[in-house]
Design a protein around this ligand. Structure first.
Ligand SMILES: Nc1ncnc2c1ncn2[C@@H]1O[C@H](COP(=O)(O)OP(=O)(O)OP(=O)(O)O)[C@@H](O)[C@H]1O
Ligand SMILES: [Mg+2]
Length: 462
């Protein structure tokens, strides 16, 4: 529990707020209490001063008595002394504490104004003020005023009670606020933690619906996105594995089937020869398929590195043309190449040749005998485009969007004559994309196909 984020945040918050509140309360409390006490003292002194002023005009027995009677009805005690400190009159009984104040007064030093002579309200029974009486510069006596400190204590106690009440309220509210706040932060985090745990356990879907627009909301959305991508990746991988196993099984079935037939006694030599040819073709197909799959796997792992260099594009294209020409001639297909000599491309020549061969191989495969294939290079301000067009059978509209996918073939039934691996264009796409380029195909059934490769221009600075 103590290691939990909610506790840590909450605790820290609480400590800070508590310290701030304590300082605030302390300052406020001391100020208020002091003000109250001072008020009481000032009152007492003012009362004493009023009496001394009256006595200064009439310092006679009846006035003195009058003052005594007045204070006997009040909460205060008045004691009037002569100039030497002998008590003349007192309104209430004199307590020992009062006597001490009267005795300890310095009667030689007479100020015209009165002053508070006992202000220790917290450990004395009375606070006291002394107002000397001077008639025409002659020192006549003193008016001592006493007030019970219980009054002051009550005022301060009441103030303390109010403060304790408010402090408890604030602490309570702070705890509630902190609790809600930390839940607001940690609750979604806990949900996300659970979701990622589910993901690592193999669950594909996570539900982290959130309308929050803050960082936590963004995090939740990122996790959801990640989970969806992971899910898609898994599906794709499974589909791919299924296709691979199918692709591998087909030639193996042929090989096993024909090997079984050859083993039989009742077949002619000519048949044996024919079947062996088939077995050889199928093995070849299998090894090409495996080679291509391996190629793609390397690309996926980013192990295959493109070593780009500045090359004359036409030289690369001419090498490719020279390589494919014999096969084209076999089918009586003419290959027209047009390439402006000065074009320099920043590519990996080896990979680029492979890419062109894959596309030209398709054009050849799908062209009719005596057909024509064009390879045209053009250079624009930003990019170089290479278009390979044929007059072959074309690609059905429904298949066109998928031809760059792995193992996708338009002709689903894999005939031994036409049967490619369905990886040629997938590899081509990987290659061009690793060059930062783009590939697309346009096709009209019965009219022909064009494959367009676009490559951004630029050299080493890329
Ligand atoms: N020029 C084209 N004309 C008609 N169809 C084409 C053309 N190029 C590609 N296709 C279709 O697209 C599919 C995918 O092509 P891709 O090159 O990836 O596979 P493949 O040629 O069947 O096998 P591989 O190239 O591995 O031997 C092919 O099966 C083919 O039907
Ligand atoms: Mg192909």
């Amino acid at each position: 529990m103590f290691t939990k984020l909610s506790f840590k945040i909450g605790f820290l918050f609480f400590i800070f707020i508590f310290i701030i509140e304590s300082i605030l309360f302390f300052v406020l409390y001391t100020n208020l209490a002091n003000e109250r006490i001072e008020e009481v003292m000032d009152n007492l002194l003012a009362r004493g001063n009023t009496h001394s002023e009256v006595l200064e005009t009439n310092f006679d027995e009846s006035t003195i008595e009058h003052v005594g009677i007045m204070e006997s009805a009040s909460d205060f005690v008045v004691v009037i002394t002569d100039e030497a400190g002998n008590v003349i009159i007192h309104s209430d009984p004199i307590e020992p504490e009062m006597m001490e104040v009267i005795k300890h007064t310095d009667y030689d030093e007479i100020s015209t104004k009165g002053k508070v002579v006992e202000d220790r309200w917290d450990d004395k029974q009375y606070i006291a003020a002394d107002s000397p009486v001077n008639v025409d510069g002659e020192h006549k006596g003193h008016v001592f005023m006493f007030a019970d400190t219980n009054n002051v204590k009550n005022v301060v106690n009441e103030l303390s009670n109010q403060f304790i009440f408010v402090a408890l309220m604030t602490v309570g509210l702070t705890i509630i606020t902190v609790f809600i706040l930390s839940r607001l932060i940690t609750h979604p985090l806990i949900k996300m933690k659970k979701a990622t745990e589910q993901l690592s356990k193999g669950k594909n879907k996570v539900e982290l619906h959130t309308d929050r627009k803050d960082e936590l909301g963004e995090l939740a959305n990122s996790i959801t996105k990640l989970a969806n991508e992971l899910d898609q990746l898994k599906t794709e991988r499974n589909e791919f594995l299924a296709s691979i196993s199918h692709e591998l099984r087909t030639p193996l079935t042929y090989i096993k089937g024909y090997a079984d037939i050859i083993n039989r006694q009742d077949i002619t030599d000519a048949e044996v020869k024919e079947y062996i040819t088939i077995i050889r073709e199928e093995s070849e197909h299998l090894s090409i398929l495996i080679k291509n799959l391996f190629e793609l796997a390397k690309m996926d792992e980013n192990k295959f590195s493109v070593q780009r260099e500045e090359v004359s594009l036409c030289t690369v294209i001419q090498t490719v043309a020279d390589r494919v020409n014999p096969a084209f001639s076999d089918k009586d297909i003419t290959l027209f190449v047009s390439c402006p000599k000065e074009i320099i491309a920043f590519v990996d020549p080896e990979r680029f040749q492979q890419l062109l061969i894959n596309i030209l191989d398709n054009a050849k495969k799908h062209s009719f005998e005596g057909g024509r294939v064009w390879l045209k290079v053009s250079q624009m301000e930003q990019e170089i485009s290479i278009t390979i067009s044929d007059e072959g059978d074309g690609i059905p509209k429904d298949d066109l969007p998928y031809i760059f996918e792995r193992l996708y073939r338009v002709e689903k039934s894999r005939s031994r004559q036409s049967g490619g691996t369905g990886l040629g264009l997938a590899i081509a796409k990987e290659i061009i994309e690793s060059h930062g380029g783009h590939i697309e195909a346009k096709s009209e059934q019965g009219e022909g196909t064009s494959v367009i490769i676009r490559l951004t221009r630029g050299g080493n600075n890329e």
